[in-house]
Design a protein around this ligand. Structure first.
Ligand code: AHR
Length: 319
């Protein structure tokens, strides 16, 4: 019954996918969001609501507060509610088989947002909307290699341990380091994708290295940790962006502000609009049976300070 209503409503939506709310029954979608660890994450949540509204989708968001066990509970609750689809931004890559099998048995399609998972059977999810995070790490590394003529001691602030994006951003950056004999990662630790932990970890790096004598650059797996790290560099009496170069990933307004002020040097953009492409794929799947590609890849772009002020203005109300 719900499906036939969805088919009618979806057909209307398909005629004006980006248009106003559709008539009839709404698609009901549950979204297990990781939490609110970063500015990027807050933007993704906000944009998901906007994109759902545009398509007349009833979106229920559950905040997992960084815990996989809460995500698993949320998915089970969405299954019990009989939702039409489930979105998951998986905090870590492993441990998903059982609950995804439950969703599959209930015939509820699962779509992953912004992070990947390790499962043997990829029929457990319909598609994943995410960037190529190995390439992001590589883009950050290539920029740094070019800026330093391949001679640089780097401290690295890693993302959440076990998160696919942390694993991949490290892998991509390490590849570049491996290609430059005089580039080295001298310290690396997780800052869990938060400003507070980024600052804490960077403080400990500076202390351990006795200032910036042995540190040429800070590579952070996200902008929020970079912003925390910038604060630590300043509090140590050093100039971020000059005494220690700063390169990170996300493209949030605050990093553009820092770049405009000469305190950061480059960021690799990750779009926070993961839900829009997921909803489009879901509507096409439900209404026309179109099976989406297994990986809907978002575009990656590196920004430098020349466009920082304009990019800050363009983004500040969006995030
Ligand atoms: O999975 C995407 C990453 O998660 C973002 O780069 C980071 O800011 C967030 O916490």
């Amino acid at each position: 019954m719900r499906l036939s209503m969805v088919l009618i409503a979806g057909a209307i939506a398909a005629m004006s996918v980006a248009g106003s709310a559709q008539a009839g029954d709404k698609l009901l979608v549950g979204f297990s969001q990781i939490g609110s660890e970063s500015g990027w994450r807050a933007a993704e949540t906000k944009i998901s609501k906007i994109e759902a509204d545009k398509r007349g989708i009833d979106l229920r968001i559950s905040d997992a507060q960084q815990k996989e066990e809460n995500q698993i509970k949320a998915v089970r609750s969405f299954i019990a509610q009989g939702v039409d689809a489930i979105l998951i931004a998986p905090v870590v890559a492993t441990g998903w088989e059982t609950v995804l099998k439950e969703a599959k048995d209930a015939k509820i399609p699962v779509m992953l947002l912004d992070r990947g998972i390790d499962v043997k059977d990829d029929s457990l999810y319909l598609t994943v909307v995410r960037s190529d995070a190995v390439y992001e790490g590589q883009a950050a590394g290539d920029w740094l290699a070019k800026a330093t003529n391949g001679k640089c001691n780097v401290v690295e602030l890693q993302g959440t341990v076990g998160a696919s994006v942390a694993i991949d951003r490290k892998k991509g950056f390490d590849k570049v380091v491996g290609e430059h004999p005089q580039m080295k990662i001298v310290r690396t630790q997780s800052g869990d994708f938060t400003r507070a932990k980024g600052k804490e970890v960077m403080e400990s790096f500076i202390k351990a290295e006795g200032g910036n004598k042995n540190i040429c650059a800070m590579y952070a797996h996200n902008d929020d940790m970079a912003i925390g790290g910038i604060q630590a560099i300043k509090e140590a009496g050093l100039k971020p962006g000059k005494d220690i170069l700063v390169v990170s990933i996300d493209g949030v307004p605050d990093i553009f502000k820092a770049m405009g002020e000469g305190e950061a040097n480059a960021t690799v953009e990750l779009t926070p609009n993961m839900a829009g492409p997921a909803f489009d794929a879901l509507i096409a799947f439900k209404t026309k049976g179109v099976v989406p590609p297994k990986w809907i890849k978002t575009v990656t772009k590196l920004y430098e300070p020349d466009s920082a002020r304009a990019e800050y203005e363009r983004r500040k109300d969006l995030y």
